[in-house]
Design a protein around this ligand. Structure first.
Ligand code: ACO
Length: 332
């Protein structure tokens, strides 16, 4: 596709709630232990919001972005919220965020792609900028996973956390920087391995669906692990090759944080060393749409990303959904 211009990330923001649930806490509520959780997933602790919904996580992340940039809420043209835990089916969480942050000139919408949500939203937002239609698009990854987690199911409850993170997309100063390329996929035949059964039009909420715990995450971990490890590794390798990048050319892999073993396998396939892999899974667990922008925000603020760095963002999630984005960082 011919682009009029590139879209690039010009500001970042994040919010993680203060309440921490560490692995020891889970030893008290289900049959698990700290050692199993760390060795099988890499997670040590995760955050849980006690005073709000997904739109509150998202609005606080956007507020943090505004506090750290010159952009004002009223300048925002569009807000895209990637989430699988919207406050309500409707209105869209993007509308609630728009109101909470005072982005009075923005339109917006939600995008549902589970753990790949941020990547899909980033490309969608970039297209709005690349086409010349809009100049300031907020892309938010936000999930209150605690709202759909069964805290009696050891298979899933140790994995997830709540968080939000936001990036601002604006036109790049040159075609050299910004979002350069992407490989994005869905395969709905994966729906049986990872889903939330009830609450939608297939199984509207009833007493029976509640009794059956159908409003919680269901995951066949082993089945998802097998496809996720191959899917994320292959797509990350493929986007490098497609763009003629060697492992030396890549400054960082920015992977979705579902399982450290999936991340390690991806880095290995790309031939990159561990010090070039952004990691925050030990602190926050799997925060679904928020993991990738959280990594970007924390590493940028720690001074670890430089202007001109080649970043490969990659994810795999429910759907199945998966993909990778190649971007050249433009913030100094
Ligand atoms: N503590 C102790 N034992 C546990 C726990 C726990 N918290 N959870 C599961 N086990 C047990 C299982 O019951 C099983 O016992 P069994 O052998 O007696 O049946 C044993 O540990 C091994 O279970 P596995 O499922 O094989 O464990 P595995 O090594 O696969 O790890 C995990 C499980 C971490 C879930 C892994 O499969 C995984 O990461 N899967 C992919 C997750 C992913 O990428 N999801 C996509 C993104 S999420 C989204 O889109 C919303």
């Amino acid at each position: 596709m011919n682009k009029l211009r590139n879209a690039t990330i010009t500001a970042v923001g994040m919010y993680v709630p203060p309440k921490i649930l560490n692995n020891k806490y889970f030893e008290k509520i289900v049959d698990t232990n700290d050692e199993w959780i760390i060795t099988r997933t890499g997670i040590k602790e995760r955050r849980i919001i006690e005073d709000g919904a997904t739109s509150d996580l998202a609005a606080r992340a956007c507020q943090d972005l505004f506090n750290n940039s010159k952009v004002k809420p009223e300048e925002i043209d569009c807000i895209i919220v990637a989430t699988v835990t919207p406050d309500m089916f409707f209105p869209a969480t993007a509308c609630l965020v728009q109101d909470k942050i005072g982005a009075k000139n923005a339109w917006g919408f939600d995008l549902s792609a589970a753990c790949s949500g941020f990547l899909f939203a980033l490309k969608t937002g970039a297209s709005l900028v690349e086409s010349g239609s809009y100049n300031k698009v907020l892309v938010v990854g936000a999930d209150k996973m605690s709202s759909i987690t069964d805290y009696t199911d050891r298979n899933t409850c140790v994995l997830f956390g709540d968080a939000a993170s936001a990036v601002l997309l604006e036109p790049s100063e040159s075609m050299e920087f910004g979002i350069i390329d992407q490989l994005l996929f869905v395969d709905g035949s994966g729906k049986d391995a990872l889903h939330m059964k009830a609450g939608g039009s297939l199984n509207p909420a009833t007493h029976e669906t509640i009794d059956k715990k159908w409003h919680y995450i269901y995951q066949d971990g082993k089945a998802v692990f097998k496809v996720a490890v191959k899917g994320m590794a292959d797509v990350s390798y493929d986007i490098m090759k497609k763009n003629g990048l060697s492992s030396d050319d890549v400054a960082y892999l920015v992977p979705h944080q579902a399982n450290l073993r999936i991340i390690d396998a991806t880095a290995e396939r790309m031939g990159i060393s561990k010090d070039k892999v952004m990691i925050n899974i030990h602190k926050y667990g799997n925060t679904t749409a928020a993991t990738i922008p959280l990594c970007l925000t924390e590493y940028y603020r720690d001074g670890k990303i430089k202007k001109g760095d080649n970043l490969i963002l990659s994810a795999f999630g429910a759907g199945y959904t998966w993909g990778a984005i190649y971007l050249k960082w433009s913030l100094a």
